[in-house]
Each structure stands twice: as C-alpha cells, then as structure tokens.
Design a protein around this ligand. Structure first.
Ligand code: LCS
Length: 391
C-alpha cells in the first residue's frame, strides 16, 4: 500500500516510524552520542555485529528518517544526508574518484562545483574534462580509458540548459561509468533521474527540499552499496555530516514540497511569459518556454520547468545592475527555492569562481540575471518587475 502512494503523499509519510510517545511529528534526537549497556555491546556496535546508534557522525535517528524519505522520493535503495549541497557533490564524486582517475562534467555548473572540480581535484591528481552536455557526442568524445564518472546538473544553474538524462545514462552504461546528476533545481517531484538510468542523484537540500531558507544541507541518493561507501569512506572520515536539527527542519519542509512547487512553477511560468514579451528584455532562459532548447524534454524528463528563470536585459551590465537595485519585493540574494523571490547576478555572485573566459565559454554572460520565484502572489511579483522596468 505505502509503496503505491503518490509522491505528494510520500513527502508527508515516507520514512516515518512509530516512536515511543506516539508523537505525530518524529522527535528530534539532538544528541551527539549514544550510550551502551556494556563495553561488549559498544564493541559489537562498532564491529557491525549489533545494530545501534553510536555517534551522530556515523548515524542518527532523525537523519535516518530524512534519508529513508529521500530514498523513497528519488526511488533509490538508500540515501545519505550531508552538511551542505557541496558536501553532497564532493561525497558523491570522491566516492567514485581516486588519484589518476578522470571525470567528464558539464562546463556549466554551480560556481563552487566548478571550483571543486577544477581547483581542488587538481591538487589530488583527479583529472576533469568539462564539455557542453547539450550534445551527447561531446561527452562521448571526452571519455578516456581512465574516465570513471559523468557529472551534470539539469536544468543547469544558472542558465537552465537541459540535458537528456536517458541518453547520458545509456552512454555511462556503455562505458561502465558512474553517472551522477545534481537534481537540486527539480527535486524528485519534478524529475527522477534514477528512473531514467542515472546511478546517483545529489541535492542541495538548502533549496526547495527545505524550502524555508534556514538550513544548509545536502543529500546523496544511490544503491545501498554506493551509499554505504559514501557514509563509511567519505562522510565518516571527512566529516561533512548533517546536524540532526537541520535534518528535522528539512523533514518539516518536505511535507509541503508538492504544494510549494506548484506555486513556484506557476509563478515562474507567468514571469517567464511576462519577461519574454517585454521590450527591454533581450532573452529569457526558462525550459517552460517554447523557444528553449529543453522544451522538448518537458513532460518527458521533467514534469514541470521549475521555479528559476534567467534573463538578459538589453543594454550593459550597468543596466542589469540598476534594474536589480530598483526591485523592492525581490531580495538581492543568492540561493533559491525559498518563500521569498530572490534575484542575483551570476557573473559577480554564484559563478564568480569561474574565470571570465570559462564563464563566457559556459554561456554565462555578464548581463545575465537569475531569479528564483518565491511563493508570493504573482500579481505582486509582476508589479515589482514592472516598476523596475519603468523607473
Ligand atoms: N548544486 C547546485 C545546483 C546548487 O545550486 C548549489 C548551491 C549547490 C549544489 C551547493 O549547495 P549548498 O552547499 O549551497 O547547499 N547554489 C547556490 C546558488 O545558486 N546560490 O547560492 C547557493
């Protein structure tokens, strides 16, 4: 019965287990360590001969509930919650890559993911080739004998390019590579990469999953074997584990994910259409618009186009800056997926880890603005944009 529930029901119920007091909402287990009856029992728990919580870096009941819920939502065997989205990206990649290995990744990714791959991995002898994932042939050409994994986001932060997940998964399988997808912009309610053959999914849970702008966290989903490696080989020793309190807040946020996403998407669709017809706008990037390269995958790979829209104004960088500075309802802030509508300038903010050349090559222009549509009334959002255009 539970297996058949729709995802809108699973966001509320999946992963919940009966507790001592019959509390409807699972109690927050805010404890760093767990006690043993005897030294022998402690030793058996460490040796894996007895089940039991030991120390929160190794596992925690509140964290475990979030992990069970996310595994159900993504359709994975298991999940690991992490201290941030970057901890999830690095845990997923470091589980699969060692010195001398090679990674093929999309050249347009979140700025810190770019920095991790191009700066940190270099220090540890992990090679990375960045290509445009719009053409699967580009990925195939970049594969070498020592390639171990493929990595991308789709839709991409910040300009929302969309990549064909079935084609990427098939290519990975042909070459026995691990395919890893960052599903932050979609959440499992709009896109389920594992159902298309992708091996691992990661999230910045900071965004839609939590949805209230008060937590930094991440999730990795995959097979039991992969997630055990993530937990025992990376999280245990490198230590990027989630705080139980943050896991508890995400469990609360997830209950409303379906209803929140509906509003985020409605608002984004309306704003994208408004911007597209505006004479001061040069170009709108939103997979829900007919002219967008990802439009063909809408309905097939993605249920809806999400709550983020990017656009370029006619004019210079100063025009874009002045426009953003005039907005009143929109807050100038990075992050996305919050109740509040946010605007940011990728070139100087989220994607500043790129060199100007690498950024232009990835299609992230100087005048690009990215907005995350919040949960406000769309009339107020449009009115705010209109007054900024008129000023
Ligand atoms: N993956 C994607 C697609 C992201 O957008 C981000 C953060 C991360 C991973 C990293 O997650 P975090 O560690 O921040 O939880 N994106 C941000 C953004 O666009 N603005 O601020 C952060």
């Amino acid at each position: 019965m539970q297996d058949k529930w729709k995802l809108a029901t699973q966001v509320i119920h999946a992963g919940h287990e009966a507790n001592q007091h019959g509390a409807l909402v699972s109690p927050l287990v805010q404890s760093a360590t767990f006690t043993f009856e005897t030294v022998e029992q402690g030793g058996d728990c460490f040796a894996g001969e007895q089940q039991g919580y030991i120390y929160t870096r190794l596992g925690n009941p509140t964290t475990a509930e979030l992990e069970r819920k996310m595994a159900v939502l993504e359709g994975s065997e298991a999940a690991a919650a992490t201290a941030s989205g970057m901890a999830a990206v690095s845990a997923a990649l470091l589980t699969n890559l060692s010195q001398g290995d090679h990674l093929v990744a999309s050249k347009a990714v979140y700025g810190c993911t770019f920095a991790l791959m191009t700066e940190q991995f270099k220090r540890f002898g992990i090679e990375v080739t960045l290509v445009d994932f719009c053409e699967v042939a580009n990925i195939a050409q970049a594969i070498r004998p020592n390639t171990k994994a493929l990595f991308c986001e789709t839709p991409v932060n910040p300009h929302l390019d969309v990549y064909d997940l079935e084609a990427i998964a098939a290519l990975a399988k042909r070459h026995q590579l691990v395919s890893i997808v960052d599903n932050t912009f979609m959440t499992p309610l709009l896109q389920r990469p594992l159902s298309m053959g992708i091996d691992m999914v990661i999230h910045s849970a900071t965004k839609y999953l939590n949805g209230h702008g008060d937590v930094i966290a991440g999730i990795v989903c995959g097979t039991e074997e992969m997630i055990t490696k993530v937990k025992l080989e990376v999280l245990k020793d490198i230590g990027g584990v989630i705080s139980p309190h943050d896991a508890w807040l995400i469990l609360r946020g997830l209950k409303t994910l379906d209803v929140r996403l509906a509003r985020h998407c409605d608002n984004a669709e309306r704003v994208a259409a408004y911007l597209e017809q505006h004479p001061q706008v040069a170009r709108v990037y939103y997979p829900g618009l007919k002219g967008h390269s990802g439009y063909g995958l809408l309905g097939k790979q993605m249920r809806r186009a999400g709550g983020v829209v990017a656009f370029e104004l006619k004019g210079s960088f100063d025009t874009a800056k002045a426009f953003a500075n005039r907005l009143k309802l929109f807050k100038i802030a990075v992050s996305l997926g919050d109740a509040e509508s946010l605007i940011q300038h990728p070139a100087s903010m989220t994607h500043s880890p790129y060199s100007p050349e690498a950024r232009m090559d990835a299609g992230i222009g100087d005048t690009l603005l990215r907005i995350s549509l919040g949960l406000e009334d769309s009339n107020d959002i449009i009115a705010d944009l209109s007054q900024a255009f008129e000023a």
